[in-house]
Design a protein around this ligand. Structure first.
Ligand SMILES: [Mg+2]
Length: 253
């Protein structure tokens, strides 16, 4: 990986940024610093102001694991595109499939309640997000045992979900639902954009980076040996500089 603000990184950034570029961002850990209680995330005011400015200069998308409704309460502005549920909610023209995904989640919920009637006493919390289900076990007294019970139940679900693991959470997405990578590529086609820049910090963002699509500049928040992204920031605190560089290039042209 190459540091974004190196000479090579800045040359790459300048070659990607113009008003027909799609600027796409993950939310938690990217636009907003991670906090111990996910409901308490907040986008720093300077980041929010810069994003709003960028949103007026070029298309901006936020692609998040949260539901759109949840994400909107934290964004404080409405980006041109807001894709929720790891790619499964909010893609233009995909309303019908989103309803199918929601129905599937209700089926899984019924099966999980039947298989894990003692879910609450195990400390497992089922969060209904519409097009995906999140099973949290952060608050379990025995997190290892809770995870084992959960994985055994998930194994028996029908139809088989795509499981996206997070920290003390298993997310269940329909197997044929778009992930963040396919969602971003669909937005590119929809907008007839030639290029996109995507910034993310987490395992689900690797679905974008690992496309190795030459039309997408992938930037990871923090470097990692296991990331497919070509460029990195030295932390979430550098996002503001990245936004300001983008705006600077757009307004100079
Ligand atoms: Mg994230």
């Amino acid at each position: 990986m190459e540091y974004m603000f190196s000479v090579k990184g800045m040359i790459e950034l300048r070659s990607f940024v113009d008003s027909t570029t799609l600027f796409a961002f993950d939310l938690d850990g990217t636009l907003a610093p991670i906090v111990s209680e996910p409901s308490g995330i907040a986008i720093p005011e300077d980041v929010r102001q810069s994003l709003m400015q960028l949103n007026g200069l070029a298309p901006v998308a936020v692609i998040t694991g949260r539901s759109r409704a949840d994400a909107l309460t934290h964004l404080g502005f409405t980006p041109r595109f807001l894709v929720g549920n790891h790619g499964a909610e909010g893609l233009p023209g995909a309303a019908a499939t989103a309803q199918d995904f929601a129905r599937l989640c209700q089926e899984w919920k019924t099966q999980l309640i039947w298989m894990l009637p003692d879910m609450a006493s195990l400390g497992i919390v089922l969060e209904e997000k519409g097009q995906t289900l999140a099973l949290h076990y952060r608050k379990a007294a025995d997190q290892v045992a809770a995870q084992e019970e959960l994985l055994a139940a998930i194994d028996r679900l029908h139809p088989v979900p795509r499981v996206v693991s997070g920290i003390f959470v298993k997310n269940l997405a329909p197997a044929n639902a778009p992930h963040k990578g396919t969602a971003l590529e669909a937005l590119l086609v929809h907008l007839r954009c030639q290029r996109a820049i995507f910034v993310g910090d987490d395992v689900t963002d690797e679905d974008v980076f690992s496309l190795h699509n030459p039309a997408i500049l992938g930037i990871r928040v923090d470097s990692s040996d296991n990331s497919a992204a070509l460029f990195y920031l030295q932390g979430q605190h550098e996002l503001i500089r990245l936004l300001q560089e983008m705006i600077g290039i757009l307004t100079r042209d």
